[in-house]
Write a protein that binds this ligand. Structure first.
Ligand SMILES: [Zn+2]
Length: 409
């Protein structure tokens, strides 16, 4: 009979459920008794820390029927249709199964960013939104250190796009959050959010289609939710169990103590939001003063919180790209800033096909020549010169606008 033995060798498993019903994973203790640790919903995955001498058993949640069990070093256990258990060594990246839901069509991999992270969406999400997501992820993570990228792959990080006509919990990997409180004071997850950040308990980050295209975004028309949520994934997955994560916590504590930010504002509410809001400021991807406590530009971060600026530089580098250079439409109420972005030579249209559409049969990791490298962060010298000239013109324009505004006041 299976039972746990005393052992000091820690390991980590990934439990996947590729069936259409929930599956329970149970730990078998020193007396052979079962303890339910995780219920994994269809198409979802769970990471479990354990020991190499501790057996784990999978059962169909609804009927209790036994599927199989495993004991040994870190592995990926996938329950396949027909209630079979597939065991693979180590933590395999998660590849969610294709899923068809009327009327949205198929949920499948639609592309991936330059660092290899898959982008999933239903057919109802247009290709343009997928391209914009990939492009922004490319610019944001162009300088992200390779070890962080591979840790994100190890955790199975990917992006899901919420269709304009969908709610957050329509993303299959969020099905378990239906009806739950969002925790942000806005009510339930499905109505109070248009994107979530990936973490170790669920590596899926998300963003609404309308926030990528900036087309009639009535929720977050003046900030990039993708940069906010992907920043959570970078911190929680790219730096999981790394010293940098502890340093972000220390940096946050110091900022709170110093009173750098308005007490009670979102940015200082916890280390995760501190990092995500600061990442938005680093790439100048927000116009909001309320949640950011006024921290909206890279210069402002460097001035107000130099320690934080040094951490952001280690993670993202200090390149020239800013979100508003390439934002496809003006932030709500900010036509002038958008025009300024255009004047800086930023693209208003993402590069041609930075990803390859994947057919159902070749689901997973498409073989491809590789997406073009983002041009934003590393302009060639001639572009740099052109940008500088445009920037001075832009300063003139902004000065004019400000003068006009002052006259009105
Ligand atoms: Zn957040």
């Amino acid at each position: 009979m299976a039972r746990s033995k005393d052992c000091k060798t820690a390991c980590r498993h990934r439990f996947n459920n590729d069936t259409d019903g929930p599956v329970k994973f149970l730990w078998i203790d020193y007396d052979g008794q079962e303890h339910a640790y995780a219920t994994v919903f269809p198409g979802q995955s769970h990471i479990q820390d354990t020991y190499t001498s501790h057996p784990w058993r999978a059962r169909v949640a609804d009927t209790g029927a036994e599927i199989g069990e495993y004991v040994g070093p870190g592995a990926t256990l996938t329950v396949l249709p027909g209630a079979r258990l597939r065991v693979e060594p180590g933590l395999q990246p998660r590849r969610p199964p294709d899923m068809h839901v009327a009327p949205w069509g198929w949920y499948r991999q639609r592309g991936r960013c330059a660092r290899g992270h898959p982008i999933y969406a239903f057919d109802c999400v247009p290709d343009a939104a997928v391209r914009l997501a990939a492009f922004t992820m490319d610019c944001m993570t162009a300088h992200l250190p390779a070890p962080a990228v591979s840790r994100m792959h190890g955790w199975g990080a990917f992006l899901a796009i919420i269709g304009r006509g969908q709610v957050t919990t329509d993303i299959p990997q969020y099905a378990q959050y239906r009806g739950q409180d969002s925790g942000n004071g806005g009510g339930r997850v499905e109505t109070a959010t248009r994107g979530l950040g990936g973490g170790t308990s669920n590596p899926v980050s998300s963003v609404g289609e309308e926030n990528l295209t900036m087309e009639d975004d009535v929720h977050y028309g003046c900030e990039s939710i993708l940069i906010h949520e992907w920043a959570h994934a970078v911190m929680d997955l790219g730096y999981a169990e790394q010293p940098l994560q502890a340093e972000i916590v220390e940096c946050w504590k110091a900022a709170e103590k110093r009173g750098t930010y308005v007490k009670g504002s979102y940015i200082i509410s916890n280390p995760g939001e501190y990092w995500a809001e600061a990442s938005q400021a680093w790439f100048e991807a927000t116009m909001r003063d309320d949640v950011t406590s006024g921290l909206k530009t890279r210069d402002a971060v460097k001035r107000a919180d130099p320690w934080l600026a040094s951490l952001l530089t280690r993670v993202y580098g200090d390149g020239p790209w800013r979100y508003w250079h390439t934002c496809p439409r003006p932030f709500t109420g900010d036509e002038a800033r958008w025009q300024a972005g255009r004047a800086l030579g930023g693209r208003t249209v993402p590069p041609v096909a930075p990803y390859q559409a994947v057919g159902g049969a070749e689901l997973g990791w498409p073989a491809q020549a590789g997406p073009p490298q983002p041009t934003g962060p590393t302009p060639r010298p001639d572009q740099r010169r052109r940008r500088r000239r445009s920037a001075s013109k832009w300063v003139e324009e902004v000065t004019e606008t400000l003068a006009g505004m002052l006259k009105k006041l």
